[in-house]
Ligand binder design. Structure first.
Ligand code: AMP
Length: 132
């Protein structure tokens, strides 16, 4: 069965999309640790990040770099943190989280509750900073 992220890539379920290319897709995490917390995934479904072949994994990281640059321009923060968990969704993904302090990337923190309008505005602000 297709993962929830494959369904997002295929447009079968909605997401707050940031960007995509032939191989990768970026969208806002629906339970964010911070405003702008997003996920970058390979379109090709593989459960475990470190099962990706070298080309797919390095491509995912380089694509995450492009997204992180735009994210840092869009959301005032000290750094963009990067994390890999994969404990919930069996489709490899990288979390990018705007950080003011170390504790901002503690996944045990309560998640932000944002309205649809807030998610849409955040996604729009990040997309506006993407460099082609
Ligand atoms: P993990 O697999 O442990 O890295 O966690 C999966 C992440 O995916 C969590 O942060 C969820 O909030 C996020 N997530 C799950 N379903 C969706 C969805 N439909 N749209 C956006 N983010 C999601």
């Amino acid at each position: 069965m297709a993962s929830i992220f494959t369904k997002i890539v295929n447009g079968e379920i909605p997401s707050y999309k940031i960007a995509e290319n032939d191989n990768y897709f970026a969208f806002l995490d629906i339970n964010p640790l911070a405003k702008g917390h997003l996920l970058v995934i390979p379109k090709q479904e593989t459960d475990y990040l470190f099962d990706l072949d070298d080309e797919a994994l390095s491509g995912l990281i380089l694509y995450s770099k492009q997204i992180a640059i735009a994210l840092k321009e869009a959301i005032p923060c000290k750094r963009i943190g990067m994390a890999v968990l994969g404990l919930e969704v069996p489709h490899a993904h990288i979390h990018l989280v705007p950080l003011q302090k170390e504790g901002d990337i503690n996944f045990s923190n309560p998640k932000l509750k944002l309205s649809k309008e807030e998610f849409e505005q955040i996604a729009k602000n990040i997309r506006a900073k993407l460099h082609s």
